[in-house]
Design a protein around this ligand. Structure first.
Ligand code: ADP
Length: 560
């Protein structure tokens, strides 16, 4: 910067001085020429007056100019510089002679071959009686230029001195100008090292000192900001490194931009993985498909006999350093417990179902063979309770499976088709109660078919079960879909649910009217199963019901 400024100043001064010098030469040359011209004119007019008065001219000796007397035919009659005018050529073609004859005298500058110098010529027409002559004055420019050439060395010396002075001044002022910039530079370097260095020097220039004070303030604020960011960063790193879940931040080029200690442990890598492609992580082949899918994903990963539940989330406002976060949770223990529990439930339900089937079989035989109406009534009640127990076991098993299931197996289901399957199952029941089952759901959804069936079945079944006695009712299922979610609405015109129960009916075993629910074979688990399915898919549910009018349940599931 300093060198550039100096070079710039020197070049500028030299250019300016050279221009001034050349300009000076030109102007001085012009001045000299016009002096010679005006002097030539002056002498010409003096000699013209002399001739017109006396019919001749008297030229003093040793004058610095040349006087030539020419007749109108161009013949030279007299020349004070030439002794024998007879040898001189005709001058009629000389421009100054032509202009004088035309009565329009003009000065001419040209090279004189006779005298071998540049000359200024001026001629006038003079008349004495009948005699007309041309009087021409010529000035050698050599004499006027000689003065200029003599003063040339002084001019050059002056130029050099001014040049040297200019360079010294530009070094001095350059240093003064650059000083504040150097102060700012060293202060910024200190900031970069994380130190605060205040600019103490003053330049005695109010504006610059004010600017330096301002920069001091900014530096202080920047350093404070740095310290805050650093402390936040330390805190964040501490938190990241001490959470049990593995966290990997990934950038748009599929490179790892951050990986916490837990993730390093899970993938058996170290901090050097930062900047490497995600493929570098062990087990990548298991989730390569997930990475290609440009949406949030949940998936399981098995590494070294351990099972991990992984969440891949896309950021709403991605930064340059990362646009996705992969979090990995060790669910090996949970999976083992889940396995044991589902095995236990499967075994227990199987064990319970077998005797219950036997009991209900004997019940049927007994009820067929008995003739006693009281006994027949008792046997029917026992058969009904046995069936309820079977349903209860099935519901509990379904609920337990739902609780344990983390990632469902997805199918593409047509909701209308699933509704038809449900209506088929409930056809006898709905026919008996004169309930019309309808659907308007020409929508496909990505969900486990079993879950969709369970969800619709439980809700439609409730609509049938809790209908008004002896009234022709309906249960209608409708569905609409947009880019983000699928909304399924199940409405009936049944008995409805009073406000005070509405908040609780999704709890397990919660029933508004125990006796009625029991009489319809309810277990109190139906809506609980619905809630679990909705939760599993990250959906929402809502209920609108009026006693005596009916119930509408709205389910919203994310469109996957
Ligand atoms: P249940 O097996 O008893 O039907 P649910 O969990 O399915 O259990 O329902 C909980 C309770 O909510 C039911 O006992 C019933 O009182 C009430 N309920 C559910 N759906 C409806 C409905 N469509 N109309 C009226 N009441 C309902």
């Amino acid at each position: 910067m300093r060198k550039k400024l100096l070079a710039f100043n020197i070049i500028t001064s030299l250019v300016v001085l050279s221009l001034m010098f050349i300009g000076g030469i030109y102007i001085s040359n012009q001045d000299n020429e016009s002096y010679a011209e005006s002097t030539a004119m002056e002498y010409a007019i003096t000699y013209q007056t002399q001739y017109e008065m006396f019919g001749d001219i008297a030229v003093p000796e040793n004058v610095s100019y040349r006087v030539t007397l020419i007749d109108t035919s161009g013949v030279v009659l007299f020349d004070n510089d030439v002794s024998s005018v007879a040898s001189m050529e005709n001058h009629l073609d000389r421009p100054e002679v032509i202009s004088a004859l035309a009565g329009n005298s003009e000065t001419q500058i040209r090279y004189s071959e006779t005298l071998d110098v540049d000359m200024v010529y001026y001629a006038v027409l003079a008349q004495y009686e009948d005699q007309e002559v041309i009087i021409r004055i010529a000035f050698s420019l050599a004499s006027v230029r000689a003065y200029f050439y003599e003063s040339m060395p002084i001019l050059v010396l002056e130029l050099i001195l001014i040049g040297i002075l200019g360079i010294l001044m530009s070094i001095f002022f350059g240093n003064r100008t650059l000083r504040p910039l150097e102060l700012v530079k060293s202060s910024l370097e200190a900031i970069n090292r994380g130190e605060y260095s205040s600019i103490e020097d003053v330049t005695n220039d109010g504006d610059i000192d004010g600017l330096l004070a301002e920069i001091n303030e900014i530096n202080r604020a920047v350093l404070k900001g740095f310290a805050k960011v650093k402390s936040e960063q330390t805190k964040l790193n501490y938190v990241l490194d001490n959470i049990a879940d593995g966290i990997v931040a990934i950038n748009g080029r599929n490179q790892i931009s951050t990986i916490n200690k837990s993730a390093q442990r899970i993938f058996g890598v170290n901090e050097m993985t930062i900047g490497k492609p995600v493929e570098y992580l062990s087990g990548y082949s298991q989730f390569v498909g997930v990475m290609e899918n440009k949406s949030d994903q949940i998936f399981e990963l098995v590494l070294d006999k351990k099972i991990y539940l992984c969440f891949l989330n896309y950021l709403e406002n991605p930064t340059n350093s990362f646009n996705r976060v992969l979090s990995i949770r060790d669910i090996t223990e949970r999976k083992n417990v889940e396995k044991m529990r589902s095995e236990f439930f499967a075994n227990a339900s199987h064990e319970l179902k077998t005797p219950l089937t036997v009991v209900s079989g004997f019940m049927e035989i007994l009820s067929l063979s008995t003739t006693d109406p009281r006994q027949a009534d008792m046997l029917e009640k026992v058969a009904c309770e046995t069936q309820r127990m079977k349903t209860l076991i099935e519901d509990m098993l379904a609920l337990s499976n739902l609780e344990n299931k983390v990632v469902p197996d997805l199918d593409i289901c047509n909701i209308n088709q699933t509704c038809e399957e449900v209506f088929e199952t409930l056809s006898i029941e709905s026919y008996k109660k004169n309930i019309k089952l309808t659907s308007d759901c020409d929508v496909k959804i990505k969900i486990s078919h079993k879950h969709l069936y369970e969800l619709i079945k439980n809700l439609v079944e409730n609509g049938v079960k809790y209908s008004k006695p002896n009234a022709s009712g309906f249960v209608h299922v409708s569905a609409v879909q947009n880019r983000d979610k699928t909304r399924i609405v199940i409405s009936d015109n049944g008995i409805g649910i009073s406000k005070k129960h509405q908040d609780r009916i999704f709890e397990r075993f919660y029933r508004v009217e125990k006796s009625r629910s029991r009489a319809t074979g309810g277990t109190g688990l139906g809506l609980s199963i619905v809630k679990h399915i909705v939760d599993l898919y990250g959906g929402t549910y809502s209920l609108a019901s009026t006693v005596g009018r009916g119930t509408t349940i709205t389910i919203e599931l994310p469109t996957m």
